[in-house]
Ligand binder design. Structure first.
Ligand code: ZN
Ligand code: ZN
Length: 89
């Protein structure tokens, strides 16, 4: 098929090392290869986050939801423990 395909080189190569890109970073959307990303647990799936986003502490938005769940669970446990302590007196 000579000359019929649009040529979009910017989306094909990793922005860090110019290897063929595997997919976009979940935080900054930069195209990255598998070597330049780390997999971070999101809400339901593992998300690829590039190393520069990890270096500045960025995480995917749905990964942050897990932190809120964890904090809420700890608070509920504390409230439950306090309630039991009061009831047993
Ligand atoms: Zn990124
Ligand atoms: Zn790369």
């Amino acid at each position: 098929m000579p000359g019929t395909q649009p040529f979009t080189p910017d989306e094909v190569y990793c922005v860090y090392c110019h290897a063929p890109a595997a997919g976009p970073c979940a935080v900054c959307n930069a195209r990255c290869c598998g070597d330049c990303v780390e997999l971070v647990m999101g809400l339901t799936v593992r998300r690829a986050v590039c190393r520069s986003c990890l270096a500045r502490g960025a995480r995917p938005a749905d990964a942050a939801v897990w932190w809120w769940f964890a904090i809420a669970a700890v608070l509920l446990l504390l409230i439950g423990a306090l309630g039991l302590a009061v009831l047993r007196r």
